[in-house]
Design a protein around this ligand. Structure first.
Ligand code: AR6
Length: 167
């Protein structure tokens, strides 16, 4: 897979699928979740209501409403302080892996991720990025060709650029 690292608003991207950093109730919220629902429109929230719930580490799919993508993949990352560190690591890795699996299963060629759990959920950014790299290194896609890590803060952007230099 080709890896792109950008500093941008994920709601502006045109990829086959975009990942949302959701909560378990799929109820919308602040951060990237709020931005996605605002730009995508109310149809997404209605689909989320019908799905109802998503366990931490899992991923579900809806259409992308008014966004420029075909699919929106909602995954729920761990709240850092709610778990022992190694459990939080495992849950975050699962969020990324399950999102990748779902996108690949949906025949997506391109997928964009925000930096899941590193906002209000408080996961340390450098630790999260190292886990993401490991997940991607072990993932064997059937359809996915382009993976974009859409950072929204300079710190994450710098961490990803440094880490993926050697990918
Ligand atoms: N485009 C790309 N990244 C963004 C954008 C955007 N428009 N806006 C924020 N980010 P967060 P979490 C980055 O807090 O930590 C919500 O209320 C942000 O800089 O959005 O997984 C949900 O409903 C950070 O790097 O998600 C949940 O309750 C990253 O997105 C909860 O927050 C993730 O920050 C999930 O918390």
């Amino acid at each position: 897979m080709k890896i792109n690292i950008i500093l941008d608003d994920i709601t502006k991207l045109k990829t086959d699928a975009i990942v949302n950093a959701a909560n378990r109730q799929l109820a919308g919220g602040g951060g990237v979740d709020g931005a996605i629902h605002k730009a995508g429109g109310s149809a997404i929230l209605e689909e989320c209501r019908q799905i109802g719930y998503c366990e931490t580490g899992k991923a579900v799919v809806t259409t992308a409403g008014n966004l420029l993508s075909r699919y929106l993949i909602h995954t729920v990352g761990p709240i850092w302080h709610e778990h022992p560190a190694l459990m939080a690591d495992l849950l975050l890795s699962l969020s990324y892996r399950n999102s990748l699996l779902l996108a690949d299963h949906l025949d997506c060629k391109s997928l964009a991720f925000p930096n899941i759990s590193t906002g209000v959920y408080g996961f340390p950014k450098d630790r999260a990025a190292e886990l993401v790299k490991e997940v991607v290194q072990h993932f064997e896609p059937e359809k996915l060709e382009i993976l974009t890590f859409c950072c929204f803060d300079q710190e994450n952007y710098d961490i990803y650029n440094e880490l993926f230099k050697t990918f």
